[in-house]
Design a protein around this ligand. Sequence first.
Ligand code: ADP
Length: 163
Amino acid sequence: MRTAICPGSFDPITLGHLNIIVRAAQIFDRVVVCVAANATKTSPMFTVEEKVEMVRRVTAPYPNVTVEVNRGLLAEFARQYEGSVLIKGLRAASDFDYEFQMDLINKRINPDLETMFLTADQRYTFLSSSIVREMARYGGELRGLVPEEIIGMIEAKANTQRG
Ligand code: ADP
């Protein structure tokens, strides 16, 4: 069984992330969405539990997609799924530079681990979690940026953080 691992911070999951996950689910037997719990990204908007809940909600229609939390190194996490491949989305050349570096580091830790790239859908090349957070903070329209099922959750969070 071939497993794709789709890693990210998903703070929150966007339609761009979901597009990559669904495309991977059509190619691979199974997709594990790996929510990073390490705090390298400063001041996340959502807790890990909230991120997982949102990913679970929007991937519920896809039976071969599951969600896991990773509290350590991704290259170590991947070892538990034999022959698994990391799937990353590429929006721009800047994504490539970063991902190329990550792949080299991952291979030092786990030489068998391959990374494959899917180009971002043209509708979502501009889209990132940070844009969604910014929009949410200022009460902007979230439809078209994130799945409808989680808009309420994001707006509620933005409201509490606005105080
Ligand atoms: P972000 O860059 O939005 O903070 P993550 O760190 O959670 O998101 O990114 C996880 C993965 O999802 C990365 O491989 C990233 O390139 C990919 N990704 C993020 N946004 C998009 C998008 N709009 N289209 C395609 N891939 C994306």
